[in-house]
Design a binder for this molecule. Structure first.
Ligand SMILES: Cc1cc2nc3c(=O)[nH]c(=O)nc-3n(C[C@H](O)[C@H](O)[C@H](O)COP(=O)(O)O)c2cc1C
Length: 295
């Protein structure tokens, strides 16, 4: 199927959009109104847009029953908000904070979260959240007027609070297992960014890679390698020379195609893509020779 947004109905396309653009991190946003009354609500139209300057955005949609959600009214009036990352330990209280309480209800009291004074902005932060960002409003951009239309809120991060317990041992970054962040998916689905759901994929700091189209044709045609394996092999900065291939093969004269492929996969698992490519090329050569013998 496909959805043409010039004819699609808003409500049904919403479910496909939020189901597809997922998982989304959740901002638990603390604001205060003109009378100093606290407000807290979650928003999953949320992300980091810049690191220097540090800028985060979230989007507040147009409700059916009132002119604006309280968070938007407050952030536009005060120009301040505190954004918290939702971890699994606070997910039920985050959900409780999403109740459309009447204007003026203190969601800190309703949810049982503890307010702590912020350093540079008026809205308090949530003591129970491992990460909090004190923010000031840069700009708000209304994206439409229909129900469900968002107003994009662009915030400059002034101060970041990090609970020491979510830091890595060297205190140089955030440990995802300790943070145990929760993200929103479609319908009532959430996911938890910890345990086996978290994996690492080393970032490539090179300005060249042979690319899938630069791999020897035999690697594509031998049927041994999945598209994802080819993509990792393609990270090699250059193809091995024929001397290197010949040397490797003579050092593994008795190795079968399967053994050579297993060696390549071992190197791939350890991200030694150069050695993996050498073994994979030899495996594909062995495969070609085997098929010649069979014929
Ligand atoms: C996990 C989660 C994510 C949400 N994301 C958004 C969002 O991105 N934008 C939005 O307008 N409402 C979102 N909501 C709904 C608001 O939290 C809800 O409308 C809330 O009552 C707004 O509170 P306020 O009127 O105090 O601002 C979300 C709710 C939940 C539970």
């Amino acid at each position: 199927m496909h959805i043409d947004f010039s004819t699609a109905k808003g409500r049904s396309s919403y479910r496909f959009l939020v189901g597809a653009i997922a998982p989304r991190p959740i901002a638990l946003v603390s604001t205060i109104d003109a009378a100093g009354q606290r407000n807290l609500a979650p928003f999953s139209y949320f992300n980091l847009m810049s690191a220097a300057p540090p800028v985060a955005v979230f989007s507040v949609t147009q409700p059916a029953d009132r002119a604006k959600k309280d968070t938007l009214t407050n952030v536009l009036a005060s120009g301040e908000a505190v954004i918290h990352i939702v971890s699994h330990a606070i997910v039920e209280r985050m959900n409780l904070a999403s109740v459309a309480y009447p204007n003026g209800v203190d969601e800190f009291a309703r949810t049982g979260f503890t307010p702590v004074p912020s350093l540079q902005v008026q809205p308090p932060r949530v003591a129970e959240a491992s990460i909090a960002f004190e923010c000031t409003l840069i700009q708000s951009i209304p994206l439409g007027t229909a129900r469900g239309a968002g107003t994009l809120v662009i915030c400059q991060i002034r101060v970041m609070h990090i609970d020491d317990r979510v830091l890595t041992a060297d205190s140089m970054s955030i440990d995802p297992q300790a943070l145990d962040a929760v993200a929103r998916m479609g319908d009532d689905w959430y996911c938890r960014a910890s345990g086996p759901a978290v994996f690492s994929l080393p970032r490539i700091h090179s300005d060249r890679a042979v690319g899938v189209d630069g791999l020897p044709a035999a690697l594509h045609s031998c049927g041994e390698w999945s598209s994802e394996e080819l993509a990792r092999l393609a990270l090699a900065e250059e193809l091995p020379s024929s001397d290197e291939v010949n040397e490797f093969r003579s050092g593994h004269r008795l190795a079968t195609r399967q053994t050579l492929a297993a060696i390549a996969r071992q190197h791939l698992a350890h991200f030694d893509v150069r050695s993996a490519l050498l073994a994979a090329i030899c495996a594909s050569q062995a495969a070609a020779e085997q098929s010649c013998v069979t014929i």
